[in-house]
Design a protein around this ligand. Structure first.
Ligand code: PEP
Ligand code: MG
Length: 876
């Protein structure tokens, strides 16, 4: 028998997520648990992959399987597709392995046409309900098939409401809805050039194909890249018998979480709308009621729902996010999944579940997405400034955090402004999946419509972005890019601030302060530290960054870049003198001016690190970066150096490089000008001796790291300068201080000859920024310009400068680690490229047996957690 591409809900279970997608697997699981689930079937993710393999076609074999399962569903339902006595209607929903807001979500009421709708109107004795369902179907189907966006249809509905002089869509009557259905169909014909399909089977195939297609729309691709979801996974499609929340006042629909997704509080949290269908709650068209109110409106359904919530949470041992519909007082479960939550809620829920005896500490460590922690590490409002500020309005606290930025009105503007370095707040009537990229680039999101479960709220919480939603008081003027609130008009570019924890909106910029790790966060990190085997260091060049990283749990500095110290205004003059010197003496004189400054920098960093290891990397950037470009600076330099302006111009011209990234930088500078390495060594050792004298209990062992080595002899040469200088200083101080000299492995040749390099190097730190650049052969500075095309064409799925390319660059890392250890079994191994804070790379480093990862201060907690998860998954 060939592969099976379609499963009835009763044939699957919760462990089949890869094949059935998250939604399909959970519908099957709930069916197995005997819960009231409208029955249906799931077309598998493999059918989606097959659809693409067949050139975007559903082949005959799969079509036949879909029809066979449709027949089974008709049997279970006792209804038939297109039947004029007892018609079957279904919903069609996408459902990937991981929930993906960028994709097509739902088509409801599929199976309706001009005749079936009449039957439905007669049978239910409720023509309004029938036509409401019909117009929704045409609207959703057209939207996904034509990909025109919801706005167009909303406009027609608004025009109809205006014509009838009503405010709410529930106030439109059967004839109005019938007319809307006609208008929608006319639009479909106009756009597609063919009639709206009347045959339910044709509608079904069209809808399934639309779901498959939506797997590859730009929003979905963007979402996948952001969340490391491979494009090879594909999406499943769920076809489910309709139940109706819009038959009248005994029906309704809602969404609920077993715990509060914003705070983690253990209390049922949700919303519902009477006489409505699924989309209404999420789209924020009408403001819903809270789930508690359901207890009053329909106590039996409410009690049954509460009981099911408890069972589901115990079953999945995690907070659940559920959709339900009540049709004529009868409850149906449409979906359950582990709910998306804010980072703060994730930590509270994990700790509470441990305390409730539901999960182990290990499981708690594994249930937090390390990247999510980022949201907690970012600034909160300065309490004093916040007290002094007066809110201009408030709405729902949809996703916590503090945001301050300039107002923009479209997702495109948000992206564009943010890329120019502006901090922006996106203000929208409501958001939709097309806005994802812009939302990602925003500090915060403010919407006029929508509840706690609206698109904006759900997506913002997932991203860890502050969001305040449903501020109905805002008068929006999208066309002129301004809005009015509390009597004042705010234009594009004006500052506002949002408090996503209280829902307050401020018409001004409010300063923010740094975050700290405490409470549930501290508890969970404590558990993580017990399990991890990798040490976590930080990349820090200043005492302030070093302190920040220490407060986030860094165990040392893995990379202190010294060049920024050279760039500071009071030092650049001395650097320029050094570069333009003609003799060693002149050069040494210029360097002597720098020595005390650099020594002071190192002392500050050593103090901040309190005796923890510090790796100082010697000067790396090419010299031309330091020379002046402004004429007056050139003239000033000429004057101090007693040279002519044209001499200086000639020196600058001589420093020009066609390819600076592969030019005169790294240890090549020290080979040409060993005085620089000598001065830096002196600064490192003297600073360490001074600080050690103040703290006799710290056992300081300075680590000096030589960059951009590709040949053991160049390392040996620079090392000889370092050793000579250091040994003299230590002897003169009558100290027994030890120090280490190591190198970065960031040139492919260094990785290939790591056994030789290890003869000289006491440690290796993988500089995966340069190693990626040189292995791929594309420039770190220019790759951004063309990588977009590579993502579009699916040649690369993620940025190799952010997530380590384990296949290629990773192979070099593994090889170098092995070769290095063969020569020097106790060689200390780490990574200090940007990749050191990326969870998938941290896992790779654990598996490769490195001793530590080093990353920017704000990613230290992320790396700690990722290292623990790697160790739990694969103990070494
Ligand atoms: C690297 O190349 O990975 C590295 C850490 O050094 P830099 O980014 O300073 O070149
Ligand atoms: Mg480098």
């Amino acid at each position: 028998m060939g592969k099976k591409f379609v499963y009835m809900f009763s044939e699957g279970n919760g462990s089949m997520r890869e094949l059935l997608g998250g939604k399909g697997a959970n519908l099957a699981e709930m069916t197995g648990l005997g819960m009231p689930v409208p029955q249906g079937f799931t077309v598998t993710t493999e059918a989606c992959t097959q659809y693409y393999a067949d050139g975007e076609k559903i082949n005959e074999e799969i079509q036949a399987e879909i029809y066979a399962n449709l027949a089974k569903l008709e049997e279970i339902a006792g209804k038939k597709f297109g039947d004029l006595e007892n018609p079957l209607l279904v919903s069609v929903r996408s459902g990937a392995r991981a929930s993906m807001p960028g994709m097509m979500d739902t088509i409801l009421n599929l199976g309706l046409n001009d005749e079936v709708v009449e039957v439905m109107a007669k049978k239910t004795n409720n023509p309004r309900f029938a036509y409401d369902s019909y117009r929704r179907f045409i609207q959703m189907y057209s939207d996904v098939v034509m990909e025109v966006g919801k706005a167009y249809f909303e406009k027609l509905i608004d025009e109809m409401k205006e014509k009838k002089g009503v405010k709410m869509d529930t106030e439109l009557d059967a004839d109005d809805l019938k007319e809307l259905a006609r208008q929608f169909k006319a639009e479909y014909k106009e756009k597609k050039g063919v009639d709206f399909p009347t045959d339910p089977k044709e509608q079904l195939m069209g809808a399934i194909m639309a779901v498959f297609r939506s797997w590859d729309n730009p929003r979905a691709i963007y979402y996948r890249r952001m969340n490391d979801i491979p494009s090879s996974w594909g999406t499943a499609v769920n076809v489910q018998m309709m139940v109706f929340g819009n038959t009248g006042d005994n029906s309704g629909t809602g969404v609920a979480f077993t715990r509060n997704p914003a705070t983690g509080e253990k209390k049922l949290f949700g919303e519902f709308l009477m006489n409505a269908q699924g989309e209404d709650v999420v789209a924020g068209v009408r403001t819903p009621q809270t789930i508690d109110q359901l207890a009053e409106v329909m106590p039996e359904a409410y009690n049954q729902f509460v009981e099911i919530c408890g069972r589901l949470e115990n079953h999945y041992r995690d907070m659940q996010d559920m959709e339900f519909t009540i049709e004529d007082r009868k409850l149906f479960m449409l979906q359950t999944r582990n709910g998306k939550r804010t980072a703060a809620a994730a930590l509270k829920i994990a700790c509470d579940l441990v305390d409730e005896g539901m999960i182990s500490e290990k499981e708690a460590v594994c249930m937090i997405d390390p990247k999510q922690l980022d949201a907690l590490l970012h600034p909160q409002f300065d309490a004093k400034a916040l007290k002094a500020a007066k809110p201009i309005g408030s709405a729902l606290p949809a996703s916590p955090g503090a945001a301050c930025g300039k107002v923009v009105f479209t997702a495109e503007d948000a992206t564009e402004w943010a890329q120019k370095g502006e901090k922006v707040i996106l203000v929208r009537l409501e958001t939709s999946p097309e806005d994802i990229e812009g939302m990602h680039y925003s500090q915060g999101i403010l919407t006029v419509r929508g509840g706690m479960t609206s698109h904006a709220a759900v997506v913002a919480r997932g991203m860890g972005t502050c969001c305040v939603s449903g501020c109905g008081e805002i008068k929006m003027d999208e066309e002129n890019k301004c809005f009015t609130l509390a009597g004042k008009t705010y234009h594009e570019g004006d500052y506002i601030s949002l408090d996503g924890s209280t829902g307050n909106i401020y018409g001004e910029a409010i300063p923010t302060v740094e975050a700290s790790i405490g409470g549930d966060f501290g508890r969970l990190m404590g558990w993580a530290d017990e399990y991890r085997q990798l040490k976590v260091r930080t990349n820090a060049d200043t005492p302030k960054d070093a302190q920040q990283a220490m407060s986030f749990g860094a165990q040392g500095i893995g990379l202190c870049r010294t060049e920024h110290m050279f760039f500071e205004t009071d030092r650049i003059a001395a650097i320029r003198e050094m570069i333009c010197s003609d003799t060693v003496e002149q050069r040494e004189a210029a360097l002597a001016k720098l020595l005390p400054m650099q020594r002071g920098d190192f002392e500050g960093i050593y103090e901040a690190m309190q005796g923890n290891p510090v790796t100082i990397r010697f000067l790396d950037p090419p010299l031309h970066e330091f020379v002046p470009t402004a004429e007056e600076d050139i003239a000033a330099l000429a004057k101090t150096m007693g040279k002519s302006v044209s001499d200086i111009h000639a020196i600058i011209a001589g420093l020009h490089e066609f390819n600076p990234m592969m030019g005169h930088r790294g240890c090549r500078l020290a080979v040409t000008y060993p005085e620089i390495a000598a001065m830096q060594t002196r600064a490192v050792i003297e600073a360490a001796l001074n600080v050690q004298a103040k703290h006799p209990d710290w056992k300081m062992v300075p680590e000096i790291m030589i960059p951009l080595v590709g040949e053991v002899k160049e390392l040996a040469y620079v090392k000889s300068v370092v050793v000579k200088t250091a040994d003299e200083l230590i002897a003169a101080a009558k100290s027994d201080m030890k120090y280490k000299v190591g190198t970065m492995i960031e040139i492919p040749r260094a990785a290939l000859t790591a056994d030789e390099i290890a003869k000289e190097a006491e440690f290796f730190s993988f500089g995966t920024n340069d190693l990626t650049q040189m292995t791929f052969g594309f420039s770190r500075d220019d790759a951004g310009k063309f990588l977009g095309a590579y993502y579009d064409k699916k040649i690369y799925e993620s940025d190799p400068f952010a997530k380590l390319d384990q296949t290629g660059v990773g192979k070099l890392v593994e090889m170098a680690a092995k070769l290095g250890r063969a020569t020097r079994p106790d060689i200390h191994l780490g990574i200090c490229g940007e990749h050191g804070g990326d969870p998938s790379t941290v896992e790779f480093c654990h598996n490769t047996g490195l001793d530590y990862v080093s990353c920017s201060p704000f990613r230290v907690p992320i790396a700690r957690l990722a290292a623990a998860q790697a160790a739990i998954k694969n103990p070494r």
